[in-house]
Design a protein around this ligand. Structure first.
Ligand SMILES: [Zn+2]
Length: 882
């Protein structure tokens, strides 16, 4: 399609893009990364998709951003790894099996095939030889192997636990998968509590490292680092022991240990609260409180964690009749149980200090418990407790030997006294809890262990991996794992003793599969290990990771954890998996909603968008932008946009419309605008070819733009004004776009710079000599290449460029071209702008005054009289006051 014919032709993106996509597939240039290549490695990674079968605009935005970064890195001399794969275990496939009777495996493979074709239509420079699919046994074999590494390291264990149960998806969820309203991240069901035997990974062993190393992640958004730090939730304080006192007043051997971040308030403790599930509750409750306590425990067991701890919910509790001795003051105080204390956090017991904790204050007021101030603000003797606890730091009162100490000194002194006298110790506590990875579903990676009555939990020997999912499962959707119903699958001989034993029937959380996929890309065909250490150490950490903010905690925290575990097992040699992270904003579509009925109206049904009405009721509609979704009819199908305008236009629009981290509002008019820009570049090259311009004069040079720049510098006569203006535009664009393609990425301003350069070429190319014209055209195409790769390739070939435009090095800015010989000087008469004057850029004040006075503007407005005053602002203006 590139014969040099001097005529007019039309920009037909569909035909042109398919041609280049086929060309790239048959002769990959740069997209297949080899460890042996000379350039420094650069790993550009998009978060891999779940294969739903349909590519949506959010995917397109994510992958286009990564592709521009990858292409720019290649032109800068890096050897780039840009892979793609499929996060393909999970509930949608199992639900399809239940609803439609299809098998999850083939259903998933079909979706993958269809999405892979849609992805290829975007012109992404992906190395498809490294594709990974988490539901294929050549991948999940290694997920199982990594689980066994965790088991061997003592980091995988089973325990009975009160867990989050999703009643819709009929499975348990990790804490990270329950949102702040207590709903499932996937099904949106209100999560219930159940007691089940489950597998956990000991992420808490790494809590301090996961927190500390956030400081090293300078290429991550601050927001994501803060979210992780809050989730890990480190607090320093003390564990203090309150001895239980018998009914006759004697101190017993039983103690209740509380965790507090405010040991300085211990003299203000007027009760102790246990979680209703606390193991001491049953034995300490006195006979006359028995019935009330049992009723209360039953009530609380039916509440979710969120209901129990939400700030706006009332706190409820009952006394259990027993007492403890406050170890600091010696005073006897009552034991209560209350819904707001959780067994899973800390010690499952807290001391109630109503004067200095708002939640305790509310609770104490409700149950008429004493409120005893023991801290006053610095510089005052009293604090009025008018409906509020005083939660700040201050000075201790009513605290015996600690009176007069300031809070932080008092904390240290009280912890020291507790340690010396044996009633407590300093303690660090984390909010993070162990990662629950058991799922009672079929379409996941089987947990590779066998339960034997004699030997206990026996790992499946490595040479017997993978433990494959059976094909003949039945899907009822009635709950319970389909694997548990397949006795022929789970009944096996124990690998240790040979006696009859059972396979584990739980599968792993799919987040386990996705917490190491970025390692497999480095060595995807390794059949003896999940990856070789040399390969992962060569490519990782990932230089630029791109994905949605919704993974700020879940996926990113689990991946950081597993990386540290594998480092400690000697399997890799770095601390963090992702050096830099870009969280791209959402793609939003125009949304119409009838405020009367609450119904969403498809944009196609809205006749007049400037005055939108419900076609059925005639009600005026609310119009706004919201994340694209099927239920709101506000989605735009990438395939339709590509069919109409081509992938290059879609890419240009997405990059131009908003900075990468910000939400993007889809706008058809702006898509049209980018399509016209592509057409204009097409015509500019065509006009140049019709003039006989060709880049083939520099076919022997590695960098065409550099060769053109040298030819310009060798010209033996000075540049005319059009020539120096065009050169300035070219090298301004080279510098600015180079800057925009470095973190922080500014693709939107980079596209704006391309438009400016194209304008400058329109304005001045005809008055320019050949080397200057060719320098401008070659720079335009080379700079365009990462953004609109198909059009840049096609026009590069049409214009006689040598080889592939994507193998051109990134052009270098000629600083000399940026220097202005003359600058425009504004001439004002009595403060009013009356015209402009081109003056030498280096003219001094006196010269500027002379030039202004000698100008036609002065002659016209001063009518020959000398001005009474002259104000000169060098480089800007001269104001002549008559
Ligand atoms: Zn055994």
């Amino acid at each position: 399609m590139s014969e040099t014919q001097a005529s007019t032709s039309r920009y037909q993106p569909q035909e042109l893009e398919l041609h280049w996509q086929q060309h790239w597939a048959s002769a990959p240039t740069g997209s297949s990364a080899s460890e042996a290549e000379a350039g420094t490695p650069f790993y550009a990674l998009s978060m891999f998709p779940y294969p739903s079968g349909n590519l949506h605009m959010g995917h397109v935005r994510n992958y286009v951003i990564t592709d521009v970064i990858a292409r720019a890195a290649r032109m800068r001399g890096h050897t780039v790894l840009q892979p793609m794969g499929w996060d393909s275990f999970g509930l949608p496939a199992e639900n399809a099996a239940i609803e439609r009777g299809v098998e999850p495996g083939p259903w998933t493979d079909q979706n993958i095939a269809s999405m892979r074709e849609q992805l290829k239509r975007l012109g992404l420079s992906i190395d498809w030889d490294r594709e990974v699919t988490t539901c294929h046994s050549d991948y999940y074999r290694w997920t199982q192997w990594l689980f066994l590494q965790c088991l061997d390291a003592g980091l995988a264990y089973q325990k009975d636990a009160t867990v989050n149960w999703d009643p819709i998806d009929q499975t348990v969820l990790a804490n990270e998968q329950v949102d702040s309203e207590g709903r499932s991240w996937r099904s949106r069901a209100l999560v219930e509590k159940r007691k089940l035997r489950q597998w956990f990974l000991k992420i808490t062993d790494y809590a301090q490292q996961l927190l500390d190393d956030l400081d090293t992640l300078e290429g991550w958004p601050e927001r994501v680092r803060t979210m992780q730090a809050n989730w890990i939730g480190r607090s320093t304080g003390a564990e203090l022991n309150f001895a239980v006192v018998a009914a006759d007043g004697t101190t017993t051997d039983t103690t209740i240990t509380v965790f507090t971040t405010r040991p300085d308030t211990i003299f203000g403790a007027s009760y102790v609260v246990l979680a209703p599930e606390h193991p001491l509750v049953a034995s300490l409750t006195t006979a006359e409180h028995q019935l009330a306590v049992e009723a209360f425990v039953d009530l609380v067991s039916r509440q979710s964690e969120q209901e129990r701890t939400a700030d706006d919910k009332p706190k409820r509790g009952v006394a259990i009749g027993a007492q403890v001795r406050n170890p600091a003051s010696g005073e006897l105080i009552p034991i209560w149980i209350a819904d707001y204390v959780l067994a899973e956090y800390g010690t499952g017991a807290v001391m109630g200090v109503p004067a200095h904790d708002q939640r305790d204050f509310v609770f104490a007021r409700q149950y008429a418990l004493p409120v005893r101030p023991v801290i006053v603000p610095q510089g005052s003797d009293e604090h009025a407790f008018e409906g509020q606890a005083f939660t700040g730091a201050g000075v201790l009162i009513h605290s015996g030997r600690f009176d007069g100490l300031e809070s932080s000194a008092a904390k240290a002194a009280i912890v020291a006294a507790a340690e010396a006298e044996g009633w407590g110790q300093g303690r660090v506590q984390f909010r993070l809890r162990d990662w629950l990875i058991s799922r009672q579903r079929y379409w996941g990676c089987p947990i590779p262990v066998i339960h034997c009555d004699s030997c206990g939990v026996v790992p499946v020997p490595a040479e017997q991996l993978p433990v494959e999912l059976p094909r003949n499962a039945s899907f009822s959707g009635k709950g319970g794992s389909p694997l548990a119903q397949l006795e022929s699958w789970w009944r096996v001989a124990c690998p240790c003793c040979g006696q009859p034993a059972c396979r584990e029937t739980d599968t792993m959380d799919t987040f386990m599969c996705s917490s190491w996929y970025f390692l497999r890309y480095a060595d995807p065909h390794n059949s003896s290990l999940p990856f070789g250490r040399d390969a992962v150490d060569h490519w990782l950490p990932v230089d630029q990771y791109v994905g949605g903010i919704e993974h700020a905690i879940l996926h990113l925290l689990y991946s950081r954890f597993l990386t540290k575990v594998l480092r400690d097992r000697g399997l890799l040699g770095f601390d963090e998996p992702f050096a830099r992270l870009l969280t791209q904003g959402m793609v939003q579509g125009i949304t119409y909603k009838n405020p009367q009925t609450g119904k969403y109206i498809p944009p196609a049904d809205v006749r007049d968008p400037s005055d939108p009405k419900d076609p059925l009721t005639g009600d005026a509609l609310d119009t706004f932008y919201e994340k694209m979704s099927k239920s709101k009819y506000n989605g735009v199908d990438p395939a339709v946009v590509i069919e109409r305008y081509g992938a290059d236009t879609a890419r240009m629009f997405i990059l131009f419309k908003a900075p990468p981290e910000k939400d993007l509002e889809w706008d058809d008019a702006d898509v049209e605008g980018q399509f016209r820009f592509m057409q204009r570049i097409w015509r500019q090259v065509e006009t140049a070819r019709n003039r006989g311009l060709s880049l083939d004069v520099w076919a022997a040079d590695r960098s065409t733009v550099a060769a053109a720049t040298r030819a310009v510098q060798a010209l033996d006569t000075a540049l005319n004004n059009s020539e120096s203006d065009l050169r300035r535009a070219v090298h301004t664009a080279i510098a600015a776009i180079g800057d925009d393609l470095s973190d922080p990425y500014q693709f939107n301003t980079a596209v704006a710079e391309l438009m400016k350069l194209s304008n400058a070429i329109n304005a001045g190319l005809e008055e320019c000599r050949q080397p200057i014209a060719l320098e401008a055209l070659s720079a335009l195409l080379v700079l365009l290449a990462p953004f609109a790769p198909h059009l840049a390739s096609e026009l590069w070939q049409q214009l006689g460029g040598s080889g592939d435009v994507h193998q051109q090095p990134w052009p270098v800015c000629d600083a000399q071209a940026l220097v202005r010989d003359t600058v425009p000087l504004v001439i004002q008469i009595k403060g009013k702008v009356r015209g402009n004057l081109e003056v030498p850029a280096d003219a001094d004040k006196a010269t500027l005054e002379q030039l202004a006075l000698a100008s036609d503007i002065a002659a016209k407005w001063l009518e020959g009289k000398p001005p009474s005053r002259v104000i000169v602002v060098p480089g800007k203006l001269v104001n002549l006051v008559p």
